[in-house]
Write a protein that binds this ligand. Structure first.
Ligand code: PLP
Length: 409
């Protein structure tokens, strides 16, 4: 990161995503009066007047290259662990096998703490510092907690994290190793969220749950800014996004709206596809029923822990983005997720996380269903490094004291 000159930010106010209620910026906020997410609004005309997209070329290859489009006012408040731009990798062998147009994987596993949660938490913690917060708490399925722990420690803030007790052990351990107090809980992420909500008064925690403060989404928005820039300001036809709380999908859609208003991209938008697991698909159900909000999903289960989110406070924002973009929501089975992971590793050398593999499984499924045309260009989000998850064991073993049959190896 190389932010030597103080670049201004152009935040004007916060706005309720449902009612449009406006609130002043630069104050500590959680949800709106209506209990819905607050979105950060900018003076995009002034921003456009002071910044040209070609100005970006000379900047460092990290998230802070979009500094003017982000909410942190003072450079000294930025908490960074090196939020590198992530590569967009074409998959020529998959394209050849399936007979399709361009298939890209955006590999978010390269970010600090190994997942795209770093984007959101980097911004949320920086803003917590700017607004004078000292104690943070959140519920997590693993990766968000790991990112919060790292950024909070980096900033010298206290944090307390609650996760389902069947969260992948590596996640629980990394959270602890990065200096947070982590509590595995006998419940799901929404049960953990309830503990945070109910404990706020007694503890003075700032609740940094998905979409319950306005700034994580601004960090996730950089996925859309980055994608637009990497595609030379001409977006792909379809984006497959593994959807839990939906921050990334909402954030990318917000990025495209802002870039459109700034005249940096044209009117073409990708179709946004929200991918969930069949064992936990509240957004898919709401999409199919034509509902504005999603009902709680009971008995949620899937191997893709990051998208095991039975209820999302930003449900209506996810559904709105999917519908406005003329995309859809779809669910895939765990078997298909694991097969997709195996295939992408074997064929392209890309070890996806299960949630990322879900996007590939969904792509294949929807090619078959005809909802995706073969010639459409698609981006699959691999949201975390595959190394954080349990992998199938290797059963074979070589005895070096026996004669080796080389032809059989
Ligand atoms: C958090 C997470 C998701 C879901 O992201 P949202 O933007 O909250 O929907 C998907 N995959 C992984 C690996 C995650 O950690």
């Amino acid at each position: 990161m190389n932010i030597t000159t103080d670049r201004p930010t152009f935040v004007t106010h916060l706005e309720c995503g449902l009612t449009g209620e406006k609130l002043p910026a630069d104050e500590l906020r959680g949800l709106s009066a209506a209990g819905k997410p607050l979105l950060v609004r900018y003076d995009l005309a002034a921003l456009t007047a002071s910044l040209d997209r070609s100005d970006l070329a000379s900047r460092d290859q990290d998230l802070w290259r979009y500094r003017e489009m982000l909410p942190v006012r003072e450079t000294e408040h930025i908490v960074s662990l090196g939020e590198t731009m992530t590569p967009v990798l074409r998959c020529p062998r998959v394209e050849m096998d399936l007979g399709t147009g361009p298939v890209y994987v955006k590999d978010e596993g390269r970010l600090p703490t190994g997942s795209f949660k770093a984007r959101g938490l980097c911004l949320a913690v920086s803003m917590a510092v700017e607004l004078g917060v000292t104690k943070l708490a959140m519920p997590t399925n693993g990766n968000a907690g790991a990112a919060l722990a790292a950024y909070a420690s980096r900033a010298g803030l206290e944090c307390c994290i609650f996760c389902p007790d069947d969260t992948p052990p590596i996640n629980i351990n990394e959270i602890a190793a990065q200096g947070a107090r982590v509590w595995p809980v006998n419940g799901l992420i929404n049960d953990c969220g309830k503990i945070v909500g109910e404990g706020k008064e007694a503890t003075g925690w700032y609740d940094i749950s998905t979409l319950k403060e306005p700034y994580r989404i601004e960090g996730k928005k950089t996925m859309g800014l980055e994608l637009a820039e990497q595609f030379d300001w001409a977006l792909p036809d379809v984006i497959f996004y593994p959807t839990g709380g939906g921050t990334g999908l909402i954030g990318m859609w917000k990025a495209f709206a802002e870039l459109g208003e700034m005249g940096w991209i044209g009117s073409k938008r990708p179709r946004m596809v929200a991918v969930q697991a069949s064992g936990c698909a509240p957004i898919v159900r709401a999409f199919e029923q034509g509902d504005e909000f999603a009902e709680l999903w009971t008995n949620a289960h899937t191997v893709a822990a990051g998208i095991r989110v039975p209820a999302a406070v930003g449900d209506f924002l996810i559904l709105r983005a999917v519908r406005e973009s003329e995309g859809f929501a779809t669910a895939v089975d765990d078997d298909a997720i694991l097969a997709a992971r195996e295939e992408m590793g074997r064929v392209e050398g890309l070890l996806l996380c299960p949630e990322g593999a879900a996007t590939y499984a969904a792509y294949r499924q929807e090619l078959e269903s005809g909802r995706i045309a073969k010639d459409e260009s698609v981006v699959l989000y691999n949201c975390a490094t595959g190394l954080k998850y349990p992998l199938p064991p290797v059963e074979r073993h070589l005895d070096r004291h026996q004669p080796i049959d080389y032809a059989a190896l």
